[in-house]
Design a protein around this ligand. Structure first.
Ligand code: NIG
Ligand code: FE
Length: 390
């Protein structure tokens, strides 16, 4: 594959403050990009662009880094329409619904699980997502968790072991026995297929001590922690995540001032998942409070059949701007560079020389339209590793 010049870009978001206007988005107007060998070779004003083998005319459209969806649960079967319907009639969300998906997932063949995964990945790609993380957590046996991770690893490097999603129904009367399994034989079978270890630290799932046991066992096997923290109630998840230097504390809906301080002072990214609050009719996480305190904020879909059945990063950006106090610039940064930070990656989430050539061309002159024109299919084209992917 030769080099490609993408020229006549209306607004280019590089996320490199050394480029363009000097702001955090490193924005360049009337810009161009050169892609070569799967990476960005050059970014700057179109008038200064070097020649390349091929030219793509963006005709004034905006270009942003491909979205980095750092939190999803895509290895599953079935759906939970009835549960969603009941919630929209007033029923509260509870972690117990996960059992419905566990039963359907266990009963599904590998082929069905992989076909479902690729279906949602294609859906996400068409909406501009070029990197995604995904988890196990709907198997909850040694064999079912390991197969979920094996299937996920065929499609992404960002694979998370979430055997500690809820206590398996098979261990309903023996939660300690289940934690022993998750930190023992199940971890042994799963660690070779995963990069991350996660736990749902919440009432109805795992308490602080159990969560600590799960995360430290995973760390001893070389996995890096990330935590489902403070989604439904105040709890110990955020403090534990920061204490263990987890890459990310995810949800962060119910935070005390001490939780906000901890996130602002540590390196753990606060990953906000507005699709979950939308779909569970819960209160919104307060992104403004976290940003003003100095925390790093990521936005992700949490795509799963229970609490957030959307694969759309543009939808999450729009919600974050409308309801979580973010500016459009902040939300676009969080959905790209923020997601990269939550995955401890420096090669994605930006479009400056040396970065992976993962980008989204918008049918709009500026990235602000992602929030200004909610619900509109604004993704015009997607390049992954320098090649047109959608
Ligand atoms: O991140 N909170 C825990 N896990 C998922 C929900 C899973 C489900 O309801 O199936 C979440 O929201
Ligand atoms: Fe989740």
């Amino acid at each position: 594959m030769g080099s490609t010049l993408i020229t006549r870009i209306g607004t280019l978001v590089t996320n490199d403050p050394a480029l363009g206007d000097g702001g955090p988005l490193g924005q360049i107007e009337d810009a161009a990009l050169v892609l070569d060998g799967g990476t960005v070779a050059w970014a700057g004003p179109a008038a200064d662009a070097p020649a390349a083998d091929e030219v793509y005319d963006a005709e004034g459209r905006a270009v942003v880094p491909g979205f980095v969806d750092s939190h999803s649960h895509l290895v599953f079967a079935g759906d939970r329409t009835a549960e969603f319907n009941a919630r929209m009639s007033g029923r509260a969300y509870s972690a117990g619904g996960i059992r419905t998906t566990v039963a359907a997932t266990r009963a599904a063949s590998d082929e069905v699980l992989e076909a479902n995964l690729t279906h949602y990945l294609d859906e996400a790609l068409r909406q501009g997502t070029t990197t995604f993380e995904t988890k196990s957590g709907y198997g909850l046996t040694v064999a079912d968790e390991a197969r979920a991770l094996r299937i996920a690893a065929r499609h992404t490097e960002e694979v998370t072991y979430l055997g500690a999603h809820i206590v398996s129904p098979d261990y309903a009367d023996d939660p300690a026995g289940y934690v022993a399994l998750v930190t023992g034989a199940m971890l042994d079978a799963c660690a070779p297929h995963a990069r991350w270890v996660d736990v749902f630290c919440e009432k109805g799932a795992f308490d602080g001590d159990q969560a600590r046991a799960v995360l430290t066992a995973g760390m001893a096997k070389g996995l890096v922690p990330r935590v489902h923290a403070n989604q439904l109630t105040h709890g110990p998840g955020v403090q534990l995540a920061v204490e263990l230097d987890a890459a990310s504390a995810d949800h962060c809906t119910h935070l005390t001032p001490a939780d906000v301080d901890a996130l602002a002072s540590g390196s753990t990214v606060a990953t906000l998942l507005p699709g979950a609050e939308f779909s569970t009719r819960a209160r919104w996480p307060d992104a403004r409070r976290l940003l003003d305190a100095g925390a790093t904020v990521a936005l992700s879909t949490d795509c799963n059949p229970g609490s957030s059945f959307t694969s759309s990063m543009p939808f999450c950006i729009a919600l974050a701007v409308r309801d979580m106090g973010m500016t459009p610039d902040e939300a676009v940064w969080s959905a790209t560079a923020g997601g990269a930070a939550a995955l401890r990656r420096t090669d994605i989430g930006r479009l400056s020389p040396g970065a992976r050539a993962d980008l989204t061309v918008l049918d709009a002159p500026s990235h602000v339209h992602l929030a200004y024109r909610p619900g509109v299919p604004l993704v015009h084209g997607v390049w992954r590793r320098g090649a047109r992917a959608a």
